[in-house]
Write a protein that binds this ligand. Structure first.
Ligand SMILES: Nc1ncnc2c1ncn2[C@@H]1O[C@H](COP(=O)(O)OP(=O)(O)OP(=O)(O)O)[C@@H](O)[C@H]1O
Ligand SMILES: [Mg+2]
Length: 290
Protein backbone atom coordinates (compact mmCIF):
# COMPACT_ATOMS: atom_id res chain seq x y z
CA UNK A 1 0.00 0.00 0.00
CA UNK A 2 1.41 3.41 -0.88
CA UNK A 3 1.98 5.99 1.82
CA UNK A 4 -0.70 8.59 2.34
CA UNK A 5 2.00 11.26 2.29
CA UNK A 6 5.55 10.66 1.14
CA UNK A 7 8.08 13.48 1.29
CA UNK A 8 11.62 13.06 0.08
CA UNK A 9 14.47 15.55 0.59
CA UNK A 10 12.17 18.55 0.45
CA UNK A 11 13.77 21.93 1.05
CA UNK A 12 12.40 25.44 0.83
CA UNK A 13 14.44 28.60 0.76
CA UNK A 14 12.46 31.83 0.54
CA UNK A 15 13.56 34.74 -1.62
CA UNK A 16 14.97 36.47 1.47
CA UNK A 17 17.31 33.52 2.01
CA UNK A 18 15.34 32.02 4.89
CA UNK A 19 15.68 28.23 4.86
CA UNK A 20 12.18 27.34 6.02
CA UNK A 21 12.46 23.62 5.24
CA UNK A 22 15.67 21.66 5.17
CA UNK A 23 15.89 18.18 3.66
CA UNK A 24 12.57 16.92 4.97
CA UNK A 25 11.98 13.17 4.62
CA UNK A 26 8.67 11.89 5.93
CA UNK A 27 6.39 8.96 5.36
CA UNK A 28 2.87 9.12 6.77
CA UNK A 29 0.79 5.97 6.49
CA UNK A 30 -2.90 5.96 5.53
CA UNK A 31 -5.10 6.46 8.58
CA UNK A 32 -2.49 8.06 10.81
CA UNK A 33 -3.26 11.13 12.89
CA UNK A 34 -0.06 13.10 13.19
CA UNK A 35 0.71 16.27 15.12
CA UNK A 36 3.17 18.73 13.69
CA UNK A 37 4.68 20.69 16.49
CA UNK A 38 7.35 23.33 16.85
CA UNK A 39 7.90 26.88 17.96
CA UNK A 40 6.71 29.82 15.92
CA UNK A 41 8.72 30.06 12.70
CA UNK A 42 9.85 26.42 12.79
CA UNK A 43 8.22 25.69 9.42
CA UNK A 44 4.89 24.01 10.24
CA UNK A 45 2.71 26.09 7.91
CA UNK A 46 5.33 25.97 5.18
CA UNK A 47 5.49 22.18 5.38
CA UNK A 48 1.69 21.78 5.29
CA UNK A 49 1.46 24.11 2.30
CA UNK A 50 4.07 22.07 0.48
CA UNK A 51 2.13 18.89 1.27
CA UNK A 52 -0.96 20.41 -0.34
CA UNK A 53 0.95 21.74 -3.35
CA UNK A 54 0.13 25.33 -2.42
CA UNK A 55 3.84 26.08 -2.48
CA UNK A 56 6.74 24.60 -4.42
CA UNK A 57 10.03 23.55 -2.85
CA UNK A 58 13.48 24.56 -4.04
CA UNK A 59 13.94 24.00 -7.75
CA UNK A 60 17.65 23.26 -7.48
CA UNK A 61 17.09 20.44 -4.99
CA UNK A 62 15.59 17.06 -5.82
CA UNK A 63 12.67 17.27 -3.40
CA UNK A 64 9.30 15.65 -3.85
CA UNK A 65 5.89 15.24 -2.25
CA UNK A 66 3.43 12.49 -3.13
CA UNK A 67 -0.06 11.89 -1.80
CA UNK A 68 -1.35 8.35 -2.16
CA UNK A 69 1.30 7.72 -4.81
CA UNK A 70 0.37 10.78 -6.88
CA UNK A 71 2.90 13.53 -7.39
CA UNK A 72 2.08 16.83 -5.69
CA UNK A 73 5.41 18.36 -6.56
CA UNK A 74 8.82 17.29 -7.74
CA UNK A 75 12.08 19.24 -8.09
CA UNK A 76 10.40 22.54 -7.35
CA UNK A 77 7.53 22.09 -9.80
CA UNK A 78 3.91 21.61 -8.82
CA UNK A 79 2.34 18.66 -10.67
CA UNK A 80 0.29 19.71 -13.73
CA UNK A 81 -2.70 17.70 -12.44
CA UNK A 82 -2.50 19.21 -8.97
CA UNK A 83 -6.20 20.14 -8.96
CA UNK A 84 -7.15 16.53 -9.28
CA UNK A 85 -4.65 15.44 -6.59
CA UNK A 86 -5.86 18.22 -4.32
CA UNK A 87 -9.47 17.13 -4.64
CA UNK A 88 -8.54 14.34 -2.22
CA UNK A 89 -6.97 16.74 0.27
CA UNK A 90 -8.87 18.94 2.71
CA UNK A 91 -7.02 21.96 4.06
CA UNK A 92 -8.15 23.64 7.28
CA UNK A 93 -6.58 27.02 7.92
CA UNK A 94 -6.10 28.77 11.24
CA UNK A 95 -7.98 31.75 9.93
CA UNK A 96 -11.25 30.31 8.83
CA UNK A 97 -11.62 30.01 5.10
CA UNK A 98 -15.34 29.99 4.53
CA UNK A 99 -17.16 32.47 2.36
CA UNK A 100 -18.77 34.56 5.08
CA UNK A 101 -21.73 35.89 3.15
CA UNK A 102 -22.86 32.46 1.93
CA UNK A 103 -24.91 29.99 3.99
CA UNK A 104 -23.02 27.28 5.81
CA UNK A 105 -24.52 24.52 3.67
CA UNK A 106 -23.29 26.17 0.45
CA UNK A 107 -19.82 26.48 1.93
CA UNK A 108 -19.89 22.80 2.83
CA UNK A 109 -21.18 21.76 -0.58
CA UNK A 110 -18.38 23.78 -2.17
CA UNK A 111 -16.40 20.65 -1.25
CA UNK A 112 -18.17 18.84 -4.08
CA UNK A 113 -17.41 21.48 -6.70
CA UNK A 114 -14.63 19.48 -8.29
CA UNK A 115 -17.28 16.89 -9.15
CA UNK A 116 -20.12 19.23 -10.10
CA UNK A 117 -20.36 20.61 -13.64
CA UNK A 118 -19.46 24.26 -13.87
CA UNK A 119 -22.91 25.50 -14.86
CA UNK A 120 -24.42 23.91 -11.79
CA UNK A 121 -21.87 25.36 -9.42
CA UNK A 122 -22.33 28.78 -10.96
CA UNK A 123 -26.01 28.81 -10.17
CA UNK A 124 -25.30 27.12 -6.86
CA UNK A 125 -27.64 24.33 -7.60
CA UNK A 126 -27.10 21.09 -5.80
CA UNK A 127 -29.12 17.91 -5.94
CA UNK A 128 -31.15 16.90 -2.91
CA UNK A 129 -28.77 13.99 -2.44
CA UNK A 130 -25.82 16.39 -2.30
CA UNK A 131 -27.67 18.62 0.15
CA UNK A 132 -28.44 15.57 2.32
CA UNK A 133 -24.75 14.70 2.32
CA UNK A 134 -23.91 18.24 3.36
CA UNK A 135 -26.41 18.16 6.22
CA UNK A 136 -25.13 14.74 7.30
CA UNK A 137 -21.56 16.06 7.37
CA UNK A 138 -22.72 19.05 9.43
CA UNK A 139 -24.53 16.66 11.76
CA UNK A 140 -21.35 14.65 12.22
CA UNK A 141 -19.42 17.76 13.21
CA UNK A 142 -22.28 18.76 15.53
CA UNK A 143 -23.62 21.89 13.83
CA UNK A 144 -26.45 20.60 11.62
CA UNK A 145 -28.79 23.21 13.09
CA UNK A 146 -26.60 25.97 11.64
CA UNK A 147 -26.92 24.83 8.03
CA UNK A 148 -28.86 27.88 6.80
CA UNK A 149 -26.89 30.49 8.71
CA UNK A 150 -24.46 32.79 6.97
CA UNK A 151 -20.97 31.41 7.59
CA UNK A 152 -19.83 34.77 9.01
CA UNK A 153 -22.33 34.40 11.86
CA UNK A 154 -20.80 31.12 13.12
CA UNK A 155 -18.40 31.15 16.03
CA UNK A 156 -14.75 30.45 15.25
CA UNK A 157 -15.01 26.83 16.43
CA UNK A 158 -18.19 26.29 14.41
CA UNK A 159 -16.47 27.70 11.34
CA UNK A 160 -13.60 25.25 11.79
CA UNK A 161 -16.08 22.40 12.12
CA UNK A 162 -17.88 23.57 8.98
CA UNK A 163 -14.53 23.54 7.18
CA UNK A 164 -14.01 19.95 8.34
CA UNK A 165 -17.53 19.08 7.12
CA UNK A 166 -16.56 20.52 3.75
CA UNK A 167 -13.50 18.26 3.65
CA UNK A 168 -15.79 15.29 4.47
CA UNK A 169 -18.19 16.15 1.66
CA UNK A 170 -15.22 16.62 -0.63
CA UNK A 171 -14.35 13.00 0.15
CA UNK A 172 -10.88 14.01 1.33
CA UNK A 173 -8.66 11.08 2.25
CA UNK A 174 -6.07 13.41 3.70
CA UNK A 175 -6.86 16.39 5.93
CA UNK A 176 -4.17 18.96 6.59
CA UNK A 177 -5.02 21.38 9.38
CA UNK A 178 -2.82 24.37 10.13
CA UNK A 179 -3.26 25.37 13.76
CA UNK A 180 -7.02 24.87 13.59
CA UNK A 181 -7.45 25.60 17.30
CA UNK A 182 -5.08 28.52 17.70
CA UNK A 183 -7.79 31.18 17.77
CA UNK A 184 -10.35 29.22 19.78
CA UNK A 185 -11.51 29.09 23.36
CA UNK A 186 -10.84 25.78 25.19
CA UNK A 187 -14.27 24.22 24.67
CA UNK A 188 -14.36 25.09 20.97
CA UNK A 189 -10.79 23.85 20.58
CA UNK A 190 -11.72 20.56 22.18
CA UNK A 191 -14.69 20.11 19.88
CA UNK A 192 -12.58 20.80 16.80
CA UNK A 193 -9.93 18.31 17.88
CA UNK A 194 -12.61 15.69 18.66
CA UNK A 195 -14.10 16.18 15.21
CA UNK A 196 -10.68 15.77 13.55
CA UNK A 197 -10.13 12.61 15.61
CA UNK A 198 -13.55 11.30 14.51
CA UNK A 199 -12.82 11.91 10.86
CA UNK A 200 -9.57 10.06 11.36
CA UNK A 201 -11.13 7.17 13.27
CA UNK A 202 -14.41 6.71 11.45
CA UNK A 203 -13.41 7.61 7.90
CA UNK A 204 -9.82 6.35 8.12
CA UNK A 205 -8.83 9.76 6.89
CA UNK A 206 -5.17 10.64 7.34
CA UNK A 207 -4.88 13.78 9.44
CA UNK A 208 -1.85 16.03 9.87
CA UNK A 209 -2.49 18.85 12.29
CA UNK A 210 -0.08 21.56 13.34
CA UNK A 211 -0.39 22.53 16.98
CA UNK A 212 1.45 24.69 19.43
CA UNK A 213 0.35 22.74 22.47
CA UNK A 214 2.26 19.51 23.01
CA UNK A 215 -0.29 18.15 25.46
CA UNK A 216 -3.03 18.49 22.88
CA UNK A 217 -0.82 16.59 20.45
CA UNK A 218 -0.36 13.87 23.06
CA UNK A 219 -4.08 13.63 23.70
CA UNK A 220 -5.23 13.32 20.12
CA UNK A 221 -2.34 12.15 17.95
CA UNK A 222 -0.42 8.91 18.31
CA UNK A 223 2.52 10.30 16.37
CA UNK A 224 4.23 13.66 16.56
CA UNK A 225 6.70 15.25 14.23
CA UNK A 226 8.63 18.14 15.73
CA UNK A 227 10.26 20.79 13.60
CA UNK A 228 13.04 23.12 14.58
CA UNK A 229 14.41 25.69 12.16
CA UNK A 230 12.96 23.80 9.22
CA UNK A 231 14.33 20.40 10.22
CA UNK A 232 12.59 17.35 11.64
CA UNK A 233 14.10 16.92 15.09
CA UNK A 234 11.71 14.31 16.44
CA UNK A 235 9.45 11.78 14.78
CA UNK A 236 7.80 9.26 17.05
CA UNK A 237 5.08 8.68 19.62
CA UNK A 238 3.68 11.97 20.85
CA UNK A 239 3.79 10.66 24.42
CA UNK A 240 7.57 10.65 24.07
CA UNK A 241 7.60 14.44 23.95
CA UNK A 242 8.24 14.93 27.63
CA UNK A 243 9.47 18.30 28.90
CA UNK A 244 12.97 16.77 29.16
CA UNK A 245 12.90 15.60 25.55
CA UNK A 246 11.57 18.97 24.42
CA UNK A 247 14.32 20.79 26.28
CA UNK A 248 16.86 18.48 24.65
CA UNK A 249 15.41 19.29 21.23
CA UNK A 250 14.73 22.99 21.60
CA UNK A 251 16.89 24.22 24.47
CA UNK A 252 15.50 27.42 25.97
CA UNK A 253 12.85 27.64 23.22
CA UNK A 254 11.16 24.60 24.79
CA UNK A 255 9.89 26.88 27.52
CA UNK A 256 7.89 28.84 24.93
CA UNK A 257 6.21 25.61 23.87
CA UNK A 258 5.69 24.34 27.41
CA UNK A 259 4.44 27.67 28.71
CA UNK A 260 1.42 27.37 26.45
CA UNK A 261 0.15 24.70 28.80
CA UNK A 262 -2.76 22.58 27.87
CA UNK A 263 -5.98 24.47 27.76
CA UNK A 264 -7.95 21.49 26.51
CA UNK A 265 -7.07 18.93 29.16
CA UNK A 266 -8.01 21.36 31.88
CA UNK A 267 -11.56 20.60 30.89
CA UNK A 268 -13.64 17.98 32.60
CA UNK A 269 -12.92 15.25 30.13
CA UNK A 270 -9.21 15.36 30.63
CA UNK A 271 -8.99 11.83 31.92
CA UNK A 272 -11.21 10.34 29.26
CA UNK A 273 -9.06 8.17 27.02
CA UNK A 274 -9.18 8.79 23.31
CA UNK A 275 -9.83 5.35 21.76
CA UNK A 276 -7.49 5.64 18.82
CA UNK A 277 -4.58 6.91 20.85
CA UNK A 278 -2.59 3.75 20.59
CA UNK A 279 0.71 3.40 18.89
CA UNK A 280 0.20 0.46 16.50
CA UNK A 281 3.09 -1.98 16.55
CA UNK A 282 3.20 -1.92 12.77
CA UNK A 283 3.98 1.77 12.73
CA UNK A 284 7.36 3.30 12.98
CA UNK A 285 9.14 2.91 16.30
CA UNK A 286 10.36 5.84 18.31
CA UNK A 287 12.77 7.72 16.15
CA UNK A 288 14.65 10.76 17.21
CA UNK A 289 16.28 12.44 14.35
CA UNK A 290 19.50 14.27 15.05
N1 LIG B 1 6.72 34.16 2.19
C1 LIG B 1 7.77 34.13 2.99
N2 LIG B 1 8.88 34.83 2.73
C2 LIG B 1 9.95 34.78 3.54
N3 LIG B 1 10.02 34.05 4.66
C3 LIG B 1 8.94 33.33 4.97
C4 LIG B 1 7.76 33.33 4.18
N4 LIG B 1 6.85 32.51 4.75
C5 LIG B 1 7.43 32.03 5.85
N5 LIG B 1 8.68 32.52 6.00
C6 LIG B 1 9.63 32.20 7.07
O1 LIG B 1 9.79 30.79 7.09
C7 LIG B 1 9.91 30.32 8.42
C8 LIG B 1 8.82 29.28 8.67
O2 LIG B 1 7.55 29.94 8.68
P1 LIG B 1 6.21 29.17 8.99
O3 LIG B 1 5.10 30.14 8.78
O4 LIG B 1 6.19 27.91 8.22
O5 LIG B 1 6.38 28.84 10.54
P2 LIG B 1 5.34 28.19 11.56
O6 LIG B 1 6.04 27.06 12.23
O7 LIG B 1 4.08 27.91 10.85
O8 LIG B 1 5.16 29.37 12.61
P3 LIG B 1 3.84 29.77 13.46
O9 LIG B 1 3.78 28.80 14.59
O10 LIG B 1 4.17 31.15 13.94
O11 LIG B 1 2.65 29.74 12.55
C9 LIG B 1 9.78 31.56 9.31
O12 LIG B 1 11.08 31.97 9.65
C10 LIG B 1 9.11 32.58 8.43
O13 LIG B 1 9.51 33.88 8.78
MG1 LIG C 1 2.13 28.62 11.02
Amino acid sequence: MSAAIQINTLSKTFANGRKALQQIDLCIAPGEMVALIGASGSGKSTLLRHMAGLMAGDAHAAGSVEIHGRTVQCNGKIAPDIRSVRSGVGFIFQQFNLVGRLPVIINVLAGTLHRVPLWRSLIRWFTSEEKARGIEALRRVGIAECWAQRASTLSGGQQQRAAIARAMVQGARVVLADEPIASLDPESARKVMEVLARVNREDQCTVVVSLHQVNVAMKYCARAIALHQGKVVYDGPSVGLTPEVLRGLYGAEADDILSLGDHISSLEDKLKPVPHLVWPAAMRPLARVA
